[in-house]
Design a protein around this ligand. Structure first.
Ligand code: QAP
Ligand code: CO
Length: 167
């Protein structure tokens, strides 16, 4: 197992659109384990492969307090959305920055599990928000990009300043 380096906004690689996983190999399973380990170590509740510079459609999520309910979604698709929900989001690629994003309150998501078996999940609340947030990463979108250009430029300035002082 390994803890992987998480790309930091505004790294351009976060804007890469991920490609579907065509075959689940041992390499895919190792990647998923490393993603889970990286997320738990952060600690975070969700991580998309995009964030570790692997541009395949894989996300891991665990919103439980006990850190024992790992959800793995390979090639996820949202087939239904209902309602509206605003949640104060954060992101491991934009540490220290939090803010509201309006999303669907509940979603139906179809995906493959880590054995490649198809499943469908109906969920709402935080898990639904997290799925939408992580699926955005696979499309190259970061949550702060829902905000105004003005607010985004302040986030970029703050991140760049921090990255300079960290060198
Ligand atoms: C995405 O985010 C998410 O700023 C997952 O300093 C978050 O795990 C979706 C984290 C909230 C919906 C709601 C953020 C850790 C973790 C930080 C995360 C930080 C340390 C973020
Ligand atoms: Co994120």
């Amino acid at each position: 197992m390994a803890i992987l380096k998480i790309l930091q906004y505004p790294d351009e690689r976060l804007h890469t659109v991920a490609t579907p996983v065509s075959e689940i190999t041992d390499q895919t399973r190792t990647l998923i384990q490393d993603m889970a380990e990286t997320m738990y170590a952060a600690p975070g509740i969700g991580l998309a492969a995009t964030q570790i510079d692997v541009h395949q459609r894989i996300i891991v999520i665990d919103t439980s307090e006990t850190h024992d309910q790992l959800h793995v979604f390979i090639n996820p698709e949202i087939t239904a959305r209902h309602g509206e929900f605003e949640y104060e989001e954060g992101c491991l690629s934009v540490p220290g920055i939090y803010g509201k994003v309006k999303r669907a309150e509940s979603v139906t998501v179809s995906a493959l599990d880590k054995e490649g078996k198809p499943f469908t999940l109906d969920t709402s609340g935080l898990l639904a928000v997290c799925i939408q947030h992580e699926m955005d990463h696979l499309e190259g979108k970061v949550f702060v990009e829902y905000w105004s250009k003005f607010k985004q430029s302040r986030v970029i300035a703050k991140m760049k300043k921090r990255q300079r002082s960290a060198m």
